[in-house]
Design a protein around this ligand. Structure first.
Ligand code: ZN
Length: 174
Protein backbone atom coordinates (compact mmCIF):
# COMPACT_ATOMS: atom_id res chain seq x y z
CA UNK A 1 0.00 0.00 0.00
CA UNK A 2 1.22 3.49 -0.69
CA UNK A 3 1.66 5.52 2.46
CA UNK A 4 -1.39 7.55 3.44
CA UNK A 5 -1.18 10.71 5.55
CA UNK A 6 -3.82 11.93 7.95
CA UNK A 7 -4.78 14.74 5.51
CA UNK A 8 -5.12 12.32 2.64
CA UNK A 9 -7.19 9.99 4.77
CA UNK A 10 -9.54 12.81 5.75
CA UNK A 11 -9.99 13.77 2.10
CA UNK A 12 -10.65 10.14 1.14
CA UNK A 13 -13.09 9.51 3.92
CA UNK A 14 -15.25 12.46 2.82
CA UNK A 15 -16.21 10.46 -0.25
CA UNK A 16 -17.47 7.45 1.66
CA UNK A 17 -21.23 7.59 2.31
CA UNK A 18 -21.23 7.16 6.09
CA UNK A 19 -22.62 9.33 8.87
CA UNK A 20 -20.52 12.28 10.12
CA UNK A 21 -20.49 10.76 13.58
CA UNK A 22 -18.90 7.59 12.19
CA UNK A 23 -16.18 9.68 10.54
CA UNK A 24 -15.46 11.69 13.68
CA UNK A 25 -14.90 8.51 15.65
CA UNK A 26 -12.15 7.23 13.35
CA UNK A 27 -8.69 7.35 14.88
CA UNK A 28 -6.27 7.54 11.99
CA UNK A 29 -3.19 8.55 13.98
CA UNK A 30 -3.70 5.99 16.72
CA UNK A 31 -4.25 3.28 14.10
CA UNK A 32 -1.11 4.06 12.09
CA UNK A 33 1.43 5.62 14.47
CA UNK A 34 3.39 2.42 14.94
CA UNK A 35 3.91 1.83 11.23
CA UNK A 36 7.34 2.54 9.80
CA UNK A 37 7.65 3.53 6.11
CA UNK A 38 8.78 0.04 5.05
CA UNK A 39 5.70 -1.50 6.59
CA UNK A 40 3.31 0.32 4.25
CA UNK A 41 4.75 -1.58 1.31
CA UNK A 42 3.93 -4.85 3.04
CA UNK A 43 0.35 -3.86 3.85
CA UNK A 44 -2.59 -5.05 1.77
CA UNK A 45 -5.25 -4.10 4.27
CA UNK A 46 -5.24 -1.59 7.09
CA UNK A 47 -7.99 -1.02 9.64
CA UNK A 48 -8.54 2.52 10.88
CA UNK A 49 -10.24 1.83 14.18
CA UNK A 50 -12.91 3.88 15.87
CA UNK A 51 -12.71 5.19 19.42
CA UNK A 52 -14.35 2.08 20.87
CA UNK A 53 -12.17 -0.32 18.91
CA UNK A 54 -15.15 -2.33 17.65
CA UNK A 55 -15.17 -1.14 14.06
CA UNK A 56 -13.97 1.52 11.69
CA UNK A 57 -12.87 1.91 8.11
CA UNK A 58 -10.83 -0.74 6.33
CA UNK A 59 -8.38 0.41 3.67
CA UNK A 60 -7.53 -2.17 1.04
CA UNK A 61 -5.05 -1.82 -1.80
CA UNK A 62 -4.99 -4.38 -4.59
CA UNK A 63 -3.25 -3.89 -7.94
CA UNK A 64 -2.59 -0.22 -7.04
CA UNK A 65 -6.27 0.45 -6.48
CA UNK A 66 -7.36 1.73 -3.08
CA UNK A 67 -10.72 0.80 -1.60
CA UNK A 68 -12.37 1.86 1.65
CA UNK A 69 -15.09 -0.07 3.39
CA UNK A 70 -16.74 0.55 6.78
CA UNK A 71 -16.76 -2.45 9.12
CA UNK A 72 -17.86 -3.68 12.54
CA UNK A 73 -16.04 -6.40 14.44
CA UNK A 74 -17.67 -8.68 17.01
CA UNK A 75 -16.29 -11.48 19.12
CA UNK A 76 -17.75 -14.91 18.39
CA UNK A 77 -20.20 -16.12 21.02
CA UNK A 78 -18.77 -18.70 23.37
CA UNK A 79 -19.96 -22.27 22.85
CA UNK A 80 -21.31 -24.60 25.52
CA UNK A 81 -17.80 -25.03 26.90
CA UNK A 82 -17.74 -21.30 27.65
CA UNK A 83 -14.82 -20.82 25.30
CA UNK A 84 -14.94 -19.37 21.82
CA UNK A 85 -13.98 -21.82 19.10
CA UNK A 86 -10.83 -21.26 17.06
CA UNK A 87 -11.38 -19.81 13.59
CA UNK A 88 -9.42 -19.69 10.36
CA UNK A 89 -9.42 -16.20 8.87
CA UNK A 90 -11.34 -15.98 5.59
CA UNK A 91 -8.83 -13.46 4.26
CA UNK A 92 -5.37 -14.59 5.37
CA UNK A 93 -6.03 -18.22 6.44
CA UNK A 94 -4.44 -17.69 9.82
CA UNK A 95 -5.65 -20.08 12.50
CA UNK A 96 -6.82 -18.00 15.47
CA UNK A 97 -7.49 -19.40 18.92
CA UNK A 98 -10.81 -18.36 20.51
CA UNK A 99 -10.30 -14.71 21.35
CA UNK A 100 -8.20 -13.85 18.31
CA UNK A 101 -10.88 -14.44 15.71
CA UNK A 102 -14.41 -13.17 15.22
CA UNK A 103 -17.02 -11.91 12.81
CA UNK A 104 -16.28 -8.80 10.85
CA UNK A 105 -19.20 -7.28 8.96
CA UNK A 106 -18.49 -5.00 6.01
CA UNK A 107 -20.88 -2.37 4.70
CA UNK A 108 -20.10 -1.72 1.06
CA UNK A 109 -22.40 1.29 0.54
CA UNK A 110 -23.25 2.54 -2.94
CA UNK A 111 -22.60 -0.49 -5.11
CA UNK A 112 -24.60 -2.94 -3.02
CA UNK A 113 -27.10 -2.85 -0.15
CA UNK A 114 -25.94 -6.11 1.33
CA UNK A 115 -23.44 -6.32 4.11
CA UNK A 116 -20.97 -9.18 4.09
CA UNK A 117 -19.70 -10.95 7.19
CA UNK A 118 -16.46 -12.86 7.30
CA UNK A 119 -14.69 -14.81 9.98
CA UNK A 120 -11.47 -12.89 10.42
CA UNK A 121 -8.54 -12.10 12.60
CA UNK A 122 -10.16 -9.71 15.10
CA UNK A 123 -7.31 -7.22 14.78
CA UNK A 124 -7.33 -7.42 10.95
CA UNK A 125 -3.54 -7.69 11.11
CA UNK A 126 -3.71 -10.09 8.15
CA UNK A 127 -0.79 -8.44 6.29
CA UNK A 128 1.54 -9.05 9.24
CA UNK A 129 0.10 -12.53 9.74
CA UNK A 130 0.86 -13.76 6.23
CA UNK A 131 4.44 -12.56 6.72
CA UNK A 132 4.75 -14.53 9.97
CA UNK A 133 5.38 -11.38 12.03
CA UNK A 134 2.89 -11.93 14.84
CA UNK A 135 2.53 -14.42 17.71
CA UNK A 136 -0.82 -15.50 16.19
CA UNK A 137 0.84 -16.40 12.89
CA UNK A 138 3.51 -18.48 14.64
CA UNK A 139 0.81 -20.41 16.48
CA UNK A 140 -1.06 -20.85 13.23
CA UNK A 141 1.98 -22.34 11.49
CA UNK A 142 2.05 -25.07 14.13
CA UNK A 143 -1.69 -25.75 13.74
CA UNK A 144 -2.01 -25.71 9.95
CA UNK A 145 0.76 -27.52 8.24
CA UNK A 146 0.82 -25.74 4.92
CA UNK A 147 3.83 -25.88 2.69
CA UNK A 148 3.81 -22.20 1.74
CA UNK A 149 6.30 -19.36 1.86
CA UNK A 150 5.38 -15.93 3.20
CA UNK A 151 5.29 -14.71 -0.41
CA UNK A 152 2.81 -17.46 -1.29
CA UNK A 153 0.64 -16.40 1.63
CA UNK A 154 0.81 -12.74 0.64
CA UNK A 155 -0.16 -13.74 -2.89
CA UNK A 156 -3.14 -15.71 -1.60
CA UNK A 157 -4.24 -12.77 0.56
CA UNK A 158 -3.99 -10.52 -2.48
CA UNK A 159 -6.23 -12.90 -4.46
CA UNK A 160 -8.77 -13.08 -1.64
CA UNK A 161 -8.92 -9.29 -1.35
CA UNK A 162 -9.36 -8.93 -5.08
CA UNK A 163 -12.38 -11.27 -4.96
CA UNK A 164 -13.66 -9.46 -1.89
CA UNK A 165 -13.53 -6.04 -3.60
CA UNK A 166 -15.35 -7.49 -6.62
CA UNK A 167 -17.97 -9.25 -4.52
CA UNK A 168 -18.77 -6.09 -2.55
CA UNK A 169 -18.62 -3.99 -5.73
CA UNK A 170 -16.28 -1.57 -3.99
CA UNK A 171 -15.45 1.59 -5.86
CA UNK A 172 -11.97 2.99 -6.19
CA UNK A 173 -11.15 5.67 -3.62
CA UNK A 174 -9.27 8.64 -5.05
ZN1 ZN B 1 -6.54 -12.65 8.85
Amino acid sequence: MREITNDRFEALVKQVPVKPRFKRELKFRASTERMDPAQWVETELLPIWNRSGNGGMLLIEVDDILYMVPFEASKPSAGTSGRAKPVICDLCFTWQSGGGGGFVTFYPGKGSDDSVSLLCCMDLACSANVRTKTPASLKSRAQLREDLTNDDRAERLHGRLKNFAARLQLEEAN
